[in-house]
Design a protein around this ligand. Structure first.
Ligand code: NAD
Ligand code: GLY
Length: 367
């Protein structure tokens, strides 16, 4: 059975279809968009097996496609790779009315989405996310970006996809560590405003990670519905609603920066540790029950995700971590908005947090 969720954005609304085995039936949805032309499928080398399967399924349905295979990893979100990708798409003759397919994780989705935002002043694209993180977060909502020497995601555009196809079965080839990291973004939706979903994660997180198909389908559909609601309410992150999705990201970003944005700490692991720190900071300031902060930490430990600085392997001082935060692109007029919590499912934005206080809190955390 297909779950269909709509991102309601007026004439730019689009469907997200979620179904086990959907990749095998992707031609049903892509053939009408191809309109007899060759579809470009952009992927990375680790996802090539799925790209080949998609190419074959399209060919069987009479749809021509051509794969563009980029190197895997965060470094693909670069000016050089963007330029090379645009050149390849132009050489393929992609027109403004065409749809380019992004088949991969958040890296592929972000760079392909940005290329499509600027190619011929904008062409369409379809997201077929292949990591859990991309399925529950980055493929929905139209944030596209590349990195520069000055920082992550600093160059980009809002450019919504025309369609998102989510097949949880592609996660079977995803490395276990990437799956767990993506799971942090699933739990995040419960922590933000949905305590019942957090309780569901406590009960079923292990099964999801172990490969239970029903658990994966339920969690992905639940998370995507939440993301679609948030994006429809605040597409361009201007009224404080979409900013809630940054829970754990300010602390997490500092840890990722300290780890050099390397394999030592991948994004979802930074988010997990960051959420634990945001709850611990809230509890330390009497905003949130200590039991709720403890529940967050216990859940991360139970699924093998870092619950703080020590587990994330970060030994840096509070001052040094806060210095990383000062380079956050959300910094405005000398203040940094923090997502804090009054409890599980009760996250709020606080623009009054004193960075010296954050540094002292971090110094007091176990290393
Ligand atoms: P990723 O795209 O680098 O994928 C992680 C790894 O898994 C890569 O090595 C990739 O090759 C591999 N992989 C992907 N799918 C696979 C599969 N099915 N089987 C085997 N290997 C597979 O990373 P990610 O975690 O998906 O995304 C992280 C990126 O997403 C970051 O650049 C981040 O900034 C961005 N992001 C964007 C948004 C947004 O709203 N646009 C939101 C969150 C994160
Ligand atoms: N991943 C955060 C957002 O889409 O706003």
């Amino acid at each position: 059975m297909t779950t269909r969720i709509t991102v309601a954005l007026g004439d730019r609304s689009y469907p997200i279809l979620i179904e086990a085995g959907l990749l095998d039936r992707a031609a049903d949805h892509l053939a009408p968009l191809a309109r007899g032309r060759t579809l470009a499928i952009v992927t990375d080398a680790n996802v090539e097996g799925h790209a080949t399967a998609l190419h074959e399924t399209l060919a069987a349905a009479g749809v021509r496609s051509e794969a563009i295979v980029l190197p895997p990893g965060e470094s693909t979100k670069s000016w050089d790779q963007l330029a090379a990708l645009c050149d390849r798409l132009l050489a393929l003759g992609v027109e403004r009315g065409d749809h380019v397919v992004a088949l991969g994780g958040g890296v592929i989705g972000d760079v392909v989405g940005f290329a499509c935002a600027i190619l011929k002043r904008g062409c369409h694209f379809v997201q077929i996310p292949t990591t859990l993180l991309a399925q529950v977060d980055s493929s929905v909502g139209g944030k596209t970006a590349i990195n520069t020497r000055a920082g992550k995601n600093l160059i980009g555009a809002f450019h919504q996809p025309a369609l998102v196809l989510i097949d949880p079965d592609v996660l079977d080839t995803l490395p276990d560590r990437e799956l767990r990291a993506g799971y942090a973004e699933v739990v995040k939706y419960g922590l933000i405003d949905d305590p019942a979903f957090f309780a569901w994660c406590e009960a079923h997180g292990d099964a999801l990670i172990a490969g239970d198909r029903d658990a994966r389908l339920y969690a992905i559909a639940h998370a995507v519905a939440a993301k679609a609601r948030i994006v429809a309410a605040d597409e361009h992150e201007t009224n404080g609603t979409r900013a809630l999705l940054n829970l754990g990201h300010t602390f997490g970003h500092a840890l990722e920066a300290e780890a050099g944005f390397s394999g030592a700490l991948i994004h979802g692991e930074g988010v997990a540790a960051g959420c634990a720190l945001a709850f611990a900071f809230s509890a330390a300031h009497g905003l949130c029950p200590t039991e709720d902060a403890a529940r967050v930490a216990v859940h991360w430990r139970s699924v093998g995700l870092p619950d703080g600085l020590a587990a994330a392997g970060i030994g840096a001082s509070g001052a040094r971590l806060v210095d990383h935060m000062r380079h956050d692109k959300k910094m405005a007029a000398g203040t940094l908005p923090f997502l804090l919590a009054r409890g599980i499912g009760a996250t709020f934005l606080d623009r009054t947090v004193d960075l010296a206080d954050v540094a002292a809190f971090l110094d007091a955390q176990p290393r």
